[in-house]
Design a protein around this ligand. Structure first.
Ligand SMILES: Cc1cc2nc3c(=O)[nH]c(=O)nc-3n(C[C@H](O)[C@H](O)[C@H](O)COP(=O)(O)OP(=O)(O)OC[C@H]3O[C@@H](n4cnc5c(N)ncnc54)[C@H](O)[C@@H]3O)c2cc1C
Length: 385
């Protein structure tokens, strides 16, 4: 599954497209805290964001391995997939659990770029990682649900038409299992009035459009419920492996970018009359970072292969995400060290990518939670929470 012929063609086409968005483009977007609209549009127009949508719904029906190459290349080019990656994995919930009517209505328009499904509303300020305790409620009133509550860190809402929302439809004290009673809705953000939905941007470490959301009697048509009421948590879990593999690929892309930059700089920068890369104190950390990226990359493709052949891949997808996030973060630190003072200067882009890749230690799943998954579900140790 490692770089098939198709994978190679995709890699080279995406690389060409990304080549038209140089460092200066990403630097300017970062400095102005803007949204990379031109880039996202170009990626959409070329059909890359519809890679995982089946052909019958207007997409290209590719596997996760190929889709992951697209996001890897974006990050490897110096860009940031975080502006648009969610569409790839959120769409899976609609595809797997939506009705035929919902799929026919939304997927072709998402594939063509007419609609953006870029937002995913799960995290809440008071409950955080403890998802099943989330407090946002959706109460059925005739032909619609009424949503009340609060979400935090909900990304790309200002640049999305649709939001996939997880809310509680049966109170926690009335369900047998805490994962029951949660439901998933497709919220049309264009129809939400300002009084029903307040969007408060959160200024953060990188240039990442993310927000606090306040729902005040937001009406969502009952026909926008995805699948069965009360089964939403499982539906979200079903999408996690795809998300983990895609994020792992982005981290691999970041990692290679840092190593490319650091090794080039180490060859060119002369101090004490010799290239700094001649010193093993500079050379070895770059080499070690490269080794770790290569290893993480193997696990990423192993997870993708299992996923694409319909085999269980929870352990591999989680391990790929952890290994790749750690490898990219190691490479980021090594790059800053190699560049010395210039590692901190915006014009070299290292500091920007350093900030961007740090996110993957925490979101969309933190390292601790992956370790807990492996400890409990792979190694059979006692549950810690
Ligand atoms: C830039 C950004 C974008 C995001 N985008 C989205 C989005 O679009 N949609 C969305 O729903 N969410 C989004 N998130 C939220 C993200 O998924 C959460 O931040 C992440 O899951 C961690 O949750 P938390 O921040 O509430 O941390 P907490 O749950 O408060 O945890 C804090 C720390 O404690 C650790 N911890 C907690 N419990 C345990 C335990 N039992 N054992 C060991 N360690 C533990 C965590 O791993 C974490 O490191 C985004 C976050 C950021 C920063």
């Amino acid at each position: 599954m490692l770089d098939t012929e198709l994978g190679g063609q995709i890699r080279s086409a995406v690389r060409d497209l990304c080549g038209t968005f140089p460092d200066t483009y990403w630097r300017e977007v970062d400095e102005s805290r803007g949204y990379p609209e031109k880039f996202v549009q170009a990626l959409t127009d070329a059909g890359w964001l519809a890679a995982l949508i089946p052909e019958e719904y207007g997409g290209s029906g590719l596997g996760i391995a190929e889709a992951s190459i697209i996001l890897e290349e974006v990050n490897r080019s110096g860009g940031n997939s975080g502006a648009c990656h969610a569409q790839m994995y959120i769409m899976g919930t609609l595809l797997r659990h939506g009705s035929e009517k919902q799929k026919r209505e939304y997927l072709p328009r998402i594939a063509s770029g007419e609609l953006r499904l870029q937002s995913f509303g799960v995290t809440e300020p008071t409950t955080g990682t403890d998802t099943t305790k989330l407090k946002t409620t959706a109460v059925r009133k005739g032909d619609h649900y009424v949503v009340n509550g609060q979400k935090v860190w909900i990304s790309r809402v200002q640049h999305s038409d649709l939001l996939l929302l997880l809310a509680r439809t049966t109170p926690l004290n009335e369900v047998k299992k805490k994962s029951d009673g949660l439901s998933v809705f497709l919220v049309d953000l264009r129809e939400a009035s300002e009084s029903e939905l307040t969007v408060r941007p959160i200024r953060n470490m990188m240039n990442h459009e993310t927000n606090e959301l306040f729902f005040d009697n937001l009406k969502v048509p009952a026909e926008n419920l995805i699948g069965e009421e009360g089964r939403g948590f499982r539906y979200i879990l079903d999408g996690m492996n795809a998300e983990r593999i895609l994020i792992a690929a982005e981290c691999v892309g970041d990692g290679y970018w840092f190593v490319d930059r650091a090794s080039s700089y180490a060859k060119e920068r002369v101090v004490f009359d010799r290239p700094i890369g001649q010193n093993q104190g500079i050379q070895f950390p770059i080499a070690r970072a490269y080794v770790n990226i290569e290893a993480a990359n193997l696990m990423r493709f192993r997870a993708a292969e299992l996923f694409d052949t319909g085999k269980p891949c929870g352990a591999e997808a989680n391990m790929a995400k952890l290994l790749a996030a750690d490898a990219s973060w190691e490479a980021a630190n090594v790059a800053v060290q190699t560049y010395g003072g210039f590692g901190f200067a915006a014009e070299f882009d290292i500091e920007r990518k350093f900030r961007e890749t740090k996110l993957y230690q925490v979101a969309p799943i933190s390292t601790n939670l992956i370790l807990s998954f492996i400890g409990e579900h792979v190694l059979g140790m006692p549950r810690s929470f």
